[in-house]
Design a protein around this ligand. Structure first.
Ligand code: PA5
Ligand code: MN
Length: 192
């Protein structure tokens, strides 16, 4: 028997990121201590304000082996020093789990890092673009534009979010503005 229509169909707003019946996670600047390369700029900003950086509205229809979960993310524009506002970033607890990101509005990048080699890539994420995030790849979203960046992420229900591994060693690279455009640079080369 098929589930109720409400479990089969969701309507989302690509501008606000809202989906009826979703589980909402919101993260403010203060939740991202340790993520930005310029720690002094981070603390100086946080001392003045603690804005909402992003929210994720997730739909979790089932938790079986073959089920999928999905969520709409909405990341605000802005920078700490030269580094664009970003999501915390994570690996999947089930390391093999891949994910599909679909850009909805705004302009951004995904920062991808292979867990084993540390190989890093900056991949554009804007409307009409689909980014495939392979398994064993740490991923973070970055808003490089001037309006909120919204996107959908679709992943296996059993993927799980592992924030610990990234919090410990951090992403090797950061995405910063250089001459008005996003550039991928090694974190150790960013003066803090
Ligand atoms: O599941 C995903 O990969 C996304 O929906 C993210 O959760 C979202 O982009 C927010 O990032 P993070 O979970 O790293 O805070
Ligand atoms: Mn993910």
């Amino acid at each position: 028997m098929l589930p109720e229509l409400s479990s089969l169909l969701s309507r989302f707003d690509p501008i606000t990121g809202d989906i009826a019946g979703a589980k909402i996670v919101q993260r403010r600047l203060g939740d991202l201590r340790g993520c930005f390369a310029d720690a002094a700029a981070f603390e100086a900003t946080l001392a003045r304000k603690n804005p909402l950086l992003y929210s994720v509205a997730a739909i979790e229809p089932g938790s079986g082996a073959g089920d999928l979960h999905y969520g709409v993310g909405r990341l605000m524009p802005g920078r700490i020093g030269n580094e664009y506002f970003l999501t915390k970033g994570h690996l999947h607890s089930w390391r093999e789990a891949a994910e599909i990101y679909i850009g909805l509005t705004g302009e951004g990048m995904m920062l991808l890092e292979d867990e084993v080699s540390g190989d890093s890539r900056m991949v554009p994420l804007t409307a009409n673009q689909v980014v495939y995030v392979p398994g064993r790849t740490a991923h973070r979203t970055v808003n490089t534009g001037t309006v909120p960046l919204t996107y959908i992420g679709i992943y296996p229900a059993r993927a799980g979010h592992d924030y610990g591994a990234i919090a410990e060693k951090n992403f090797r690279c950061v995405i910063v503005e250089v001459n008005g455009a996003p550039a991928l640079v090694e974190r150790r080369n960013v003066v803090s």
